[in-house]
Design a protein around this ligand. Structure first.
Ligand code: CDP
Ligand code: MG
Length: 132
């Protein structure tokens, strides 16, 4: 069994998409192992996006993730990391296939509804940040 860290970002929460995101993962056969609705501290989001510290969009993505409540969850199942990434679709919703979360619910790269860990190592690190 594998766990991955999924976040419904502030735009997703504000638009009432928490249930839709969870429904899709559960329908696939994945289990919501942990779930928390939080106003994330800036420092937590900064360490979550540590790999992007030097990127030009870092300040903006941190501001976005702290702009409202987010739903943070550990999603569990066989190959949960890869399965969730595939169900999320491409980072830029313009490239995300219909049928994916971003392909069905987002149009903007900055506000793309969900986060999902990129690989098992990232999942382990991110789960440790949000569920210490
Ligand atoms: O979220 P994902 O792992 O698919 O993409 P990422 O490359 O790890 O980027 C993290 C997040 O930063 C994205 O989901 C976008 O919300 C944001 N981002 C952005 O605003 N502008 C970019 N050029 C790249 C990413
Ligand atoms: Mg990423």
């Amino acid at each position: 069994m594998e766990q991955t860290l999924i976040i419904v970002k502030p735009d997703g929460v504000a638009r009432g998409l928490i249930g839709e995101v969870i429904r899709r993962f559960e329908a696939r056969g994945l289990r919501i192992a942990k779930l928390s609705l939080v106003d994330a501290p800036k420092e937590t989001v900064e360490s979550h996006y540590d790999e992007h510290r030097s990127k030009p969009f870092f300040a903006d993505v941190v501001a976005y993730l702290t702009s409202g409540p987010i739903a943070v969850m550990a999603v569990e199942g066989p190959n949960a990391v890869t399965a969730c990434r595939a169900m999320m679709g491409a980072t830029n919703p313009a490239d995300a296939a219909p049928g994916t979360i971003r392909g069905d619910f987002a149009l903007s790269l900055e506000e793309n509804v969900v986060h999902g860990s990129a690989d098992p190592e990232s999942a382990h690190r991110e789960l440790g940040i949000w569920f210490p």
